[in-house]
Design a protein around this ligand. Structure first.
Ligand code: FAD
Ligand code: UDP
Length: 389
């Protein structure tokens, strides 16, 4: 069937990957059509003001961080930043713990003041040396005693992934720092900040920066390819879906989010727990590693956004199996799923007129800055190949 219209680039997905590459190509003068099956931009990073008036992250908390000045400089064209030291807590054995594991956690465990030297010696005595940790269990046990691994990681990981840490790549739990000082920050990257007016506003500014992007929301790839002829396709959806799951479905984990809002009056009774008026819990995120709790974490993003509003909203995350009706939030980083992915990647590598970028199309557990970097690199490649119109 002949498509109705022409465009230079047809881009599937209006998240970090799709909109970054669209902006780069469009700013060079190419006509880009961007479509997304959802009815909003920003992909999983989308944020919005909820009915309580609170700025929330609709698809789970998105803490921007990066070690790449190139990525930060690029995104800074479209947003100012609200600097945040993302801090979280873990809740187990009926109490809150400093997390990620650091000297404060050790003092909470022993009930006594300690020094970095004493904590380091304790870790050294009780860890299990492994030269090349091959999975998430080994990467943790090579750094911390089994007691801390079981307290904070084993149950959380089983809930989140429905897999044991030993059946997941080392990079999954290995991304959580273990520290011997008092640094309570959840993340270690140099630049940690939220877009000052949110991610959706960032992408609205990006779209306003060039007239060459035509955006169509609520449209699926299947429909888009009937509607537009293009010289090149950029696909940021799930790669197994693109190929009709011919090698079998790739595994994904999904989530159910439960939002709950509280007025200033309702929050008064929480002050002994949250430690300050207007908040429900003592940190932006509290992790619940114990198997008896059905959710993995509660996020109160107002701690991080700094929004001046009396109400607050908390979001509980319940992990679930992915079915075709769910969003495929997480690729599963493990040898068995990678083997399936490699088959799809083999097909993708043989497509000269299609680029596969982003978290779903490359089946990588990538953060927003990594996806932005990938999109910038692919844009450079395409511009080198196609030049400017
Ligand atoms: P997406 O944001 O998923 O965008 C892809 C878009 O393509 C989607 O909008 C989708 O609707 C659309 N699409 C897919 N298939 C089709 C199709 N067939 N037709 C039309 N449209 C289609 N990263 C961080 O850096 N920090 C964090 O704290 C962080 N927290 C996270 C928490 C959760 C719960 C999740 C799930 C992710 C988190 N991430 C975080 C990762 C972050 O969401 C991703 O790195 C980023 O959103 C990837 O951008 P993307 O464009 O590749 O994918
Ligand atoms: N993790 C854990 N306990 C925690 C926090 C993290 O076991 O309290 C493990 C878990 O397997 C999780 C992974 O580390 O999926 C990465 O955690 P992160 O908070 O980065 O996950 P994300 O925000 O991507 O869901």
């Amino acid at each position: 069937m002949q498509a109705d219209a022409n465009t230079d680039f047809l881009i599937i997905g209006a998240g970090f990957a799709g909109l970054t590459i669209a902006e780069r190509l469009a700013s060079a003068g190419w006509k880009c059509v961007v479509v997304d099956r959802r009815t909003h931009i920003a992909g999983n990073a989308r944020d919005h003001i909820d009915r309580a008036g609170v700025l929330v992250h609709g698809y789970g908390p998105h803490y921007f961080r990066s070690n790449s000045p190139k990525v930060v400089d690029y995104l800074s064209r479209f947003t100012g930043w609200h600097r945040v030291s993302y801090t979280i807590k873990s809740h187990a054995r009926g109490r809150y713990w400093s997390f990620p594991v650091n000297l404060n956690t050790y003092e909470e465990l022993t009930g006594k003041p300690a020094t970095t030297a004493a904590f380091t010696a304790w870790l050294e005595q009780n860890r299990t040396p492994v030269e090349h940790p091959a999975n998430s269990e080994e990467v943790l046990l090579s750094q911390i005693p089994r007691e801390l691994y079981e307290l904070f990681f084993e149950g959380y990981t089983l809930k989140q992934w429905k897999r044991h840490p030993r059946d997941l790549d080392a990079s999954v739990c290995g991304r959580i720092p273990i520290r011997t000082n008092r640094d309570n920050r959840y993340l270690s990257e140099d630049f940690q900040a939220l877009p000052a007016r949110g991610y959706t506003a960032l992408f609205e500014n990006l779209l306003a920066a060039t007239p060459n992007i035509e955006l169509h929301l609520g449209i699926d790839f299947a429909e888009a390819k009937q509607r537009w002829n293009c010289r090149h396709l950029v696909y940021t959806g799930a790669i197994d879906e693109f190929y009709g799951r011919r090698f079998g479905p790739l595994p994904y984990r999904s989530l159910r989010f439960e939002h709950q809002s509280f007025t200033a009056g309702q929050l008064r009774t929480r002050e002994p727990i949250s430690g300050k008026p207007g908040f429900w819990q003592p940190a932006m995120q509290v992790n619940y590693p114990e198997p008896k709790v059905p959710f993995t974490r509660i996020v109160e993003i107002k701690h991080a956004t700094g929004q001046a509003v009396d109400a607050t909203t908390i979001v509980r995350e319940f992990p679930k199996d992915w079915t075709p009706e769910d969003e495929p939030y997480y690729p599963v980083p493990a040898p068995d799923s990678r083997a399936i992915y490699q088959k799809y990647a083999g097909l993708a590598a043989a497509e000269p007129r299609t680029s596969f970028i982003g978290r779903l199309a490359t089946y990588r557990y990538y953060n927003m800055d990594q996806v932005t970097a990938m999109a910038l690199t692919e844009a450079d490649k395409l511009l080198a190949r196609h030049g400017t119109p």
